[in-house]
Design a protein. Structure first.
Lengths: 359, 335
């Protein structure tokens, strides 16, 4: 009995607009000029919000947070491919994804400023709250999307996580359930090369993250995560397949975290300036700007107008976030259960005269 | 982190002024030097030196086979550490924040805690799981909880929580040398808050021994971790002589130290950051009732965190025991 191969798999890599600005027209998804401009604006907004938040953090006005910087195309491209009725499940770095889905910036700021009222996502924004424990959200997204299938709704979920998250059991269990039950979900791994200080090579010995999908009987693809068009196209196709009952897909977006892990981190301890400079040349925002300019869709005045609009909107959001003031002490107790049990009432009674949270 | 400069200073004076982070780092340095079987594993513990810098410099000194940057997987870290421990190593596994220990809880509770008993002593698990815990640094969600009691409730584990640099060093060395699994929780709020003279030599502080942090005669304050300092401060603010006991080890608890003090004062306030319901304060209260009820002149008072989710930064100070400690002391005094 000769030995024979019982499994063969390949993983494709998709790039449509490369860092030199070369576009592969044959692969270009159908996007109008306005679509591209809108996505560009969202990426710029996210970048500027990052800058603003960093400044506020350094002044001690808000808490620790994770910048998106460098990963804007992964988040904007994928969320722009979603329909309003689809659902987005973030990890903890998904500012640009939230903005694309329509979450008001002031809420993002409130949350980072340590105010839980910022986490109450508006009814018409189909996003789940942040998940700080790495990878936990993957299973929730799978379960949520399973619900679409059980109810025969033509919807899908998109879940974000990092390269580090692929080491957790939750990731493997999520992919496995999605494969076994053919669940309409798109897994988006933002492989930004690091999990805090640990480089991607130390996270997994496999050549790509995308290939992990094959072991669970679902599709996987690797895309240039700094190429907005590639991310958009891959997500759009994956969403369509998911809704057509063809099951889940893992999209590995190869990208780079241009900032520190969070404001509490100092990345110079574990990576070189040169490496960061090399990746800066692949900046997803610069790439799209060049594209817009080359198509004569974008003039200097447009850029100026946009930057002004973004700045105004961000300042307005910061102001709104500041204005909400301190929560009351009751805020800490009243969402524990639908009905407050006796012991919580007792504990609240003990401190309620102390007023709000400030000492 | 231990710099050459500090080592030189240590050589000169035999004592060094260290904070808790530095004291823990020194303990790891010394135990790793002395015993090749001691390994450090965890997320970002190697090249980065740990997010709180407790393992700084170890990677350079002991190399990648002894100071190991693992993949991001807590059950993986603890589970493989168990295997290493059974195979004769002494792993010191770091969980980056105690809030991320729960996926490894199964490995700790279902395996580490049971191996000696399950194998009738044939296999043992000399493992230390270190993790920063508790609140006070206005961190993100899951970075501030005090859930130490879930481990106290688990048969087969020891639970240690230091509150000073010299205790941190001596207790960590004891934990590493202990033949059984030890959960070692570090109060991150005071990681760098206190500096004190720490003996240069390796020394141990026995697991299971409490410390009288302040002597007094009117009321006994019992605490651990970052709350010990709060108790000492409250003790200064009330017009009564407070005895402050830092239990240092939650399991096995130094019950004698507690009962001796209760017999002296007859009044007790237990202070912890953890939620009240089924917190370790409840266990201590029950023990006092069992062993010294007739010595009590007032019911034992608990001043604790609330039975709520630990809030985000804006509400953090509303959650942590603060003036409530003084209030509690007055209450038992006036009973
Ligand atoms: C379960 C768990 N373990 C550890 C941490 C601490 N931590 C926060 S982010 C992070 C690295 C995450 O890396 P990755 O998944 O690649 O996402 P990225 O930060 O690069 O976006 C770690 C270790 C955590 N939040 N959750
Ligand atoms: Mg990453």
């Amino acid at each position: 009995m000769p030995k024979k191969a019982v499994f063969k798999g390949t993983i494709e890599y998709l790039q449509i607009l490369n860092e030199k600005g070369r576009l592969d027209e044959r692969l270009m998804p159908s996007l109008t000029k306005n679509d591209v401009i809108r996505m560009y604006e969202l990426m710029v907004f996210s970048r500027k919000l990052d800058d603003k938040l960093l400044a506020l953090q350094r002044q001690g006005k808000i808490g620790t947070f994770a910048q998106v910087k460098g990963q804007e195309a992964c988040q904007v491209g994928s969320c722009y491919a979603m329909k309003q009725e689809d659902w987005m499940f973030p990890a903890f770095r998904e500012t640009a994804a939230f903005l694309t889905r329509g979450l008001p910036a002031e809420m993002i700021i409130e949350t980072i400023a340590g105010d839980e009222r910022g986490n109450k996502i508006p009814e018409d924004v189909n996003c789940f709250t942040y998940s700080v424990p790495v990878a936990g959200q993957i299973l929730h997204a799978v379960g949520f999307a399973w619900g679409f299938k059980l109810r025969k709704e033509r919807k899908a979920a998109v879940v974000f996580f990092g390269d580090g998250a692929t080491s957790k059991g939750d990731f493997h269990e999520g992919l496995n359930f999605a494969g076994v039950f053919k669940i309409p979900i798109v897994f988006i791994c933002q492989n930004n090369q690091y999990a805090i200080s640990v480089p991607r090579e130390k996270q997994t010995a496999s050549e790509t993250i995308a290939q992990k999908a094959l072991a669970y009987g679902i599709d996987g693809i690797q895309v240039d995560g700094n190429d907005l068009f590639a991310v958009f196209k891959a997500t759009q196709e994956a969403l369509k397949n998911a809704k057509d009952g063809k099951g889940a897909k893992l999209i590995e977006c190869v990208t780079y975290r241009l900032g520190d892990h969070t404001t509490a981190d100092d990345a110079s301890k574990y990576r070189t300036k040169k490496e960061v400079e090399e990746w800066s040349k692949k900046d997803p925002i610069v790439r799209i700007k060049k594209y817009l300019e080359s198509k004569k869709y974008w003039k200097k005045e447009d850029e100026e107008k946009l930057l002004k609009k973004v700045e105004e909107r961000i300042n307005e959001a910061v102001e709104k976030a500041e204005k909400i003031g301190m929560p009351t002490r009751e805020d800490m107790f009243k969402y524990m259960y639908k009905e407050m049990p006796w012991y919580l009432k007792e504990q609240l009674e003990e401190v309620k005269d102390a007023g709000n949270g400030s000492k | 982190m231990i710099t050459q400069h500090m080592l030189d200073k240590i050589q000169d004076y035999k004592m060094a002024k260290l904070n808790i982070v530095e004291a823990l780092n020194l303990a790891l340095n010394q135990e790793m030097e002395k015993d090749d079987s001691v390994l450090v594993l965890g997320e970002d513990v190697g090249i980065d030196g740990g997010v709180f810098r407790v393992t700084e410099g170890l990677y350079k000194k002991f190399g990648k086979d002894r100071v190991i940057d693992t993949p991001l997987a807590e059950p993986g870290i603890v589970g493989t550490s168990i295997g290493l421990a059974v195979n004769g190593f002494k792993p010191v596994a770091e969980i980056q924040f105690s809030g991320f220990i729960y996926s490894a809880f199964d490995q700790i509770v279902s395996h580490a805690a049971r191996i000696r008993n399950r194998s009738r002593g044939r296999f043992t698990c000399p493992l230390v799981v270190r993790a920063p815990y508790s609140g006070g640094i206005k961190a993100l969600e899951h970075h501030s909880e005090s859930m130490e009691n879930i481990f106290v409730h688990t048969p087969g584990l020891k639970v240690v929580i230091p509150s000073t640099p010299s205790d941190a060093k001596g207790l960590l060395i004891s934990a590493i040398r202990d033949p059984d699994p030890v959960i070692f929780y570090e109060p991150k709020r005071i990681y760098r808050a206190i500096k004190e003279e720490v003996n240069e030599k390796e020394y141990t502080i026995p697991i299971g021994k409490a410390k009288v942090a302040k002597e007094g005669s009117d009321v006994t304050l019992i605490s651990w971790g970052a709350m010990v300092r709060e108790c000492l401060e409250a003790a200064e603010k009330v017009e009564a002589s407070c005895e402050v006991i830092d239990i240092r080890t939650l399991k096995p608890l130094d019950i004698d130290a507690i009962i001796d003090s209760v017999k002296k004062t007859g009044r007790v306030v237990i202070v912890h950051e953890a939620p009240k319901t089924s917190g370790f304060g409840a266990e201590i209260t029950a023990l006092i009732n069992e062993k010294a009820l007739l010595n009590l002149q007032a019911p034992v008072k608990r001043v604790t965190g609330f039975d709520t989710i630990f809030p985000y930064a804006k509400m953090e100070s509303a959650y942590l025991p603060d003036e409530r400690i003084e209030k509690g002391i007055r209450e038992v005094l006036e009973f």
